[in-house]
Ligand binder design. Sequence first.
Ligand code: SF4
Length: 346
Amino acid sequence: MSAVLSEMSHPSSEALINNVVLKADNIAKVFDVSPPWLNRIIERKGKSLLRAVDGVSFEIQRGETLALVGESGCGKSTVARLLVGLYDSSQGNIYFEGQNIQVLKTPAGRRLRQKMQMIFQDPYASLNPRWRVLDIIAEPIREHKLLPEDKIADRVAELLQQVGLNPADGSKYPHQFSGGQRQRLSIARALATQAEFLVCDEPTSALDVSVQAQVLNLMKDLQRQFGLTYLFISHNLQVVHHVADRVGVMYLGKLVELAPKKELFAHPRHPYTRMLLDAIPDLEMTGRARTPVAGEVPNPLNPPSGCSFHPRCPHATERCKKEIPEARLYKGTTLVACHAVEEARL
Ligand code: SF4
């Protein structure tokens, strides 16, 4: 380990096994999507409210990758933004290393902000095109006053090397890099603050398939090296299969299944999880007949009653139309919110 890195070393992954880094406790996010002109003439109860995230709870252990999957509009990216404080939650609490992330907004939250970083889908949009790479990666180091000015260039060169780029690339501009290289730059900038927890929102979905694999492998290598913890948002179950330790499946703002990856792919329980997996053509099935993907996601402004998946579900009953299923634990590891699973029909 170089001199610069040892001054800023990450915690060892071995020493930190089995502790909760992040806890989301019954979080929700409601957006007022009424047109502005309507706000002036109607009472609050008449507004159009979108429950993008609706009572979601989970924990992430240090060093693990929890993936959130689901169709577009299911709320997974909103969860990502809630976790890093880009949105305020409308309900519930989020704790990072035991501290409520409300503290992120106070001066005392500086150290916490430094430990949590986000990687976005479009690296180009998140890299200032007028800045040299040296200044882009140095910005968070300067903001958090992590190193004296005369050591920053060495640290940036080291970070570039860690993400598989040339240490001399600091003098270039973002447009001189390919899409995959730009995502490597985003990762280098996230690591610049000694981040321990990275929220990755579709980090490879804008990249070619061959480049995707390289970036995902880099992320796994860095995770092993620095004991990083990831929340990984993706609509691509094959990508999730490659990176995740556990997988959460979201539908219309709710977490409908949460399970270890192997268990979820081998024995999906929730009918929506089954539907998502059945849509992957070359996935090995476990003796289960495929269910074709049926219907479309309902309008989230007017979600169906009871279980919001019931209009698309081949196992729906009258109970499903009236009663919202509660998440229950199965085999000690798998959470599922489904009446049919609870009634042992599935
Ligand atoms: Fe289908 Fe009912 Fe389960 Fe919802 S609760 S997924 S409608 S069986």
